[in-house]
Design a binder for this molecule. Structure first.
Ligand code: DX5
Ligand code: ZN
Length: 219
């Protein structure tokens, strides 16, 4: 895997042309980030399993599925079975994150644990050996186009410190307000995977926007 993962979020794409929008980032992006919302865990509704199943057939880029849903135990395995590369569920929505991570791995996916804005990371640091990805929200989960919250970087530093101390192979992903003017601070804090919705799909040339973000993340 590359040193820095860039994962454009299709939440900022044209949902009527999803396959074309994914094709526009193929070759430039590492993963495509798929935001699943249920109007319950977050006050917004996006797409679900049928769309992911159909889109999976239209591209070979790895899917980074971000489940902002209640009851992830019920739904997460289906995304792994649909061919998602990484399935991330929220700590706040899950009673037994280690068990769900084990289920996802058994279904052939990597398992991710997401931490929303108002959730501290300390209680979850001991779970790091059991997951493949930790996603730190740098906004409040629910909507694209929000302003990056630099105070979330303390959490990124805490998780990075633990990954390093325990020599774990865990991807540390940030999500929310990541753009050319924020990605360097996130990388400096220790993130090595970067979700970007507006900064990629709001750009005239999404592939060029990805190359620029990658260069800044590695600088
Ligand atoms: C919001 C989603 C994000 C969103 C990011 O809850 O998890 O992935 O698409 O959008 P931007 O990059 O515009 O902040
Ligand atoms: Zn997301």
């Amino acid at each position: 895997e590359p040193a820095a993962i860039i994962a454009p979020s299709i939440l900022a794409a044209d949902f009527a042309r999803l396959a074309d929008e994914v094709h526009a980032i193929e070759g430039a992006a590492d993963w495509v980030h798929v935001d699943v919302m249920d109007n319950h865990f977050v006050p917004n509704l996006t797409i679900g399993l049928p769309v992911v199943q159909s889109l999976r057939k239209a591209t070979s880029i790895p899917f980074d599925v971000h489940l902002m849903i209640a009851d992830p135990e019920r739904w997460a395995p289906g995304y792994a079975e649909a061919g998602a590369y990484n399935v991330t569920f929220h700590a706040e929505a899950c009673d037994d994150p280690v068990a769900l991570a084990r289920t996802l791995r058994a279904a052939g996916a990597k398992a991710g644990l997401a931490i929303d804005r108002d959730t501290p990371v300390e209680p979850y640091l001991e779970l790091l050996p059991y997951v493949d990805t930790v996603l730190i929200m740098t906004i409040k989960a629910g909507f694209g186009g929000q302003k990056f919250l630099p105070e979330m970087l303390a959490k990124v530093r805490d998780v990075r410190r633990r990954i390093t101390a325990k020599e774990l192979e865990v991807r540390l992903e940030v999500d929310g307000g990541i753009a050319a003017d924020t990605i360097e601070q996130a990388a400096e804090a220790g993130a090595d995977a970067f979700v970007a919705g507006t900064a990629v799909y709001g750009a005239h040339d999404p592939a060029e926007a990805i190359r620029r973000l990658r260069a800044l993340a590695l600088s």
